[in-house]
Design a binder for this molecule. Structure first.
Ligand code: ATP
Length: 335
């Protein structure tokens, strides 16, 4: 089913937490709400869940108005950052909980629980209690529990942020595989751009209660439309038009003509090639070793520029370098 949000706004007292939000979530789509702390991601998810009222706008699922449908009647599965499992229930009992309260027959509950435990790789843990599980295992149970009732929509609020880096990466893939296999439309809140880029069909970049851009991971990374997106999703050098053109006239194609707007050039550090050169225009200020590459901060015509080089790049602070950028590597963004 298709979730359709139009012109949705929400204030807490004088503070406007969401403003004119439009969003579509297709029947099998995985959508990530991405943005910095306080931008309104969780508020939007809670509104969709029915846990928070909104002031203006419309919210529909499959053409049905959800405004007056309470959270428990929306039939959505929700997973929060904290695992929030029932501590006195085993893994199997936790997963089957939603079906039992819906009075599903015992055999049907058992079959569904067994299927989900297999999907989230917890078959061996059926009789354990939450305190006997790792964080990653607990979150798998929470996901299976949310999926048990065949939700019309799966809502994930930073489900991976409490986990260590390795488990987080493993679970990203697992969640995405389960979601694809079951075909459940999903909205996930995250402030982690790598998580959004690797998991989402559609990334929704939010800033201060508004949506700045919606697009595929490739769109928002390679074709950011605003300065915020260019800098929040990955890292960009942001240069004024005159400086941009001094780097090379073809760096980003023609400057868009839009009255009253001074566009900026967004240029990714990995799109700049550095060459050591005694008479180079740039001075190396700092070199940071990143493992698979080096990030070099340079002073170029009084402007700070970041460029990435191979991990073996032989440049030290104080060295001089020349910069080159392939034609079309940059994009013009709104300031
Ligand atoms: P985070 O990643 O830190 O969770 P977020 O993008 O999810 O951030 P929200 O939790 O949606 O942000 O909050 C958006 C803004 O609304 C914040 O400034 C927050 O302080 C404010 N806010 C949220 N809930 C309430 C509330 N119940 N009363 C007043 N202000 C609130």
């Amino acid at each position: 089913m298709h979730l359709k949000i139009r012109n949705l706004s929400k204030s807490f007292g004088q503070f406007r937490a969401l403003s004119g939000v439009d969003l579509d979530v297709g029947p099998q789509e995985f959508v990530c709400l991405l943005g910095p702390s306080g931008c309104g991601k969780t508020t939007l998810l809670r509104i969709v869940a029915g846990l928070e009222p909104f002031d203006e706008g419309t919210l529909e699922l499959g053409g049905r108005d959800l405004t007056r449908v309470g959270a428990q009647h929306r039939g959505f599965g929700i997973v929060f950052q904290s695992y929030s499992l029932f501590p006195h229930m085993t893994v199997a009992q936790n997963i089957g909980y939603g079906l039992r309260i819906r009075k599903a027959p015992g055999a049907a509950v058992a079959a569904k629980v067994a299927q989900l435990m297999e999907i989230v790789h917890l078959e061996a843990f059926a009789d354990r209690y939450p305190w006997q599980l790792s964080g990653g295992q607990q979150q798998r149970v929470a996901i299976a529990r949310a999926l048990a009732v065949d939700p019309a929509l799966l809502l994930l609020d930073e489900p991976l942020s409490a986990l260590d880096a390795r488990v987080r990466v493993e679970l990203r893939t697992e969640i995405r595989e389960v979601q694809r296999r079951l075909g459940i439309p999903t909205i996930m809140v995250t402030h982690d751009q790598e998580e959004a880029l690797t998991m989402a069909d559609k990334v929704v970049c939010m800033n201060a209660g508004t949506i700045e851009q919606i697009g595929s991971p490739q769109d928002v990374y390679a074709r950011p439309r605003t300065r915020f997106v260019a800098d929040f999703v990955g890292t960009s050098n942001l240069l004024e038009a005159a400086a941009a053109q001094a780097l090379g006239p073809d760096v980003a194609g023609p400057l868009p003509v839009q009255k009253g707007t001074d566009h900026l050039l967004a240029l990714r550090p990995e799109d700049i090639t550095l060459t050591r050169a005694e008479d180079g225009e740039a001075a190396v200020v700092r070199v940071t070793y990143l493992g698979n590459s080096k990030r070099v901060a340079l002073d170029w015509r009084g402007i700070r520029i970041l460029a990435d080089g191979h991990r073996g790049l032989d440049l030290e602070p104080g060295d001089r370098a020349s910069l080159s950028v392939a034609p079309g590597a940059g994009v013009w963004v709104l300031p």
